[in-house]
Design a protein around this ligand. Sequence first.
Ligand code: 2HA
Ligand code: ZN
Length: 282
Amino acid sequence: MSTLGIHTGEAAIPGLEIPFVREVAELTRAMWRFGWDERNGGNVSCILDEDTVATYIDIHQVQRTIKLAFPVHELAGTYFIVTGSGKYFKNVISDPEANLGILRVTADGEQIELLWGLQGGAVPTSELPSHFMSHIERLKVDPQHRAVIHNHATHVVAMSFVHDLHEKKFTKTLWEMCTECIVVFPEGVGIIPWMVPGSDNIGRATADKMKHHRAVLWPHHGIFGTGSTLDEAFGLIETIEKAAQIYMLIAGKDIRQRITDRELAELARAFGATPCEGILSV
Ligand code: 2HA
Ligand code: ZN
């Protein structure tokens, strides 16, 4: 039985003995169970240390190379675990080798070398441009950065229809919904306009927001969350989604009391968080 209480007969499933494969398999399963990754929705990528990868797989055995549509010189030689394009999060835990890949960006940054997984000719997530470009920007501002998660968190998508898409207004509303929020994302949530997914353009727009935010909302689609671990990236999305859920639960209701700006500022001070400027009126 896995930590999620799922009987998978996992001893017989190749890949689950690798800790970072298991972590992504359990994460994708959890997100699917939350209803955030219908069909093939969502994608995950996480930077891995060479030594860690080499402990579990032969890093000199390249299965195949895949040409990148956009060069990523900044990530040359970097190892990743990624979800596959068109793959269902529901299925990762029962067949990680078909649904996940472990890869390395070539020294010239033009290709990726598949070292493990993505069996049957599968390729990395269709949102690879957004993932790679986000990794590049987050690493510039945070050397500890490792993980990028995209999913279709339900309430934050719902909120993108009924709330103003102004970043500071959206962020303030989220902060007001749960006491923890200002501490978890004091820098606020970045928001891009609606764009066609899977493109270099949406990758560039997302990465541009990643210069100042760890989470970026794609209106009417989903959210990108980043962090120094998969747990951090997941926890960030989970917190934003929880706040959005409360917003949607109370929308249109008679609000009797709320957390004031003064209280939000007090909270940030108490936890050593620096709130994004221009949001609180105190
Ligand atoms: O299909 O979520 O944004 C995967 C996606 C695309
Ligand atoms: Zn998506």
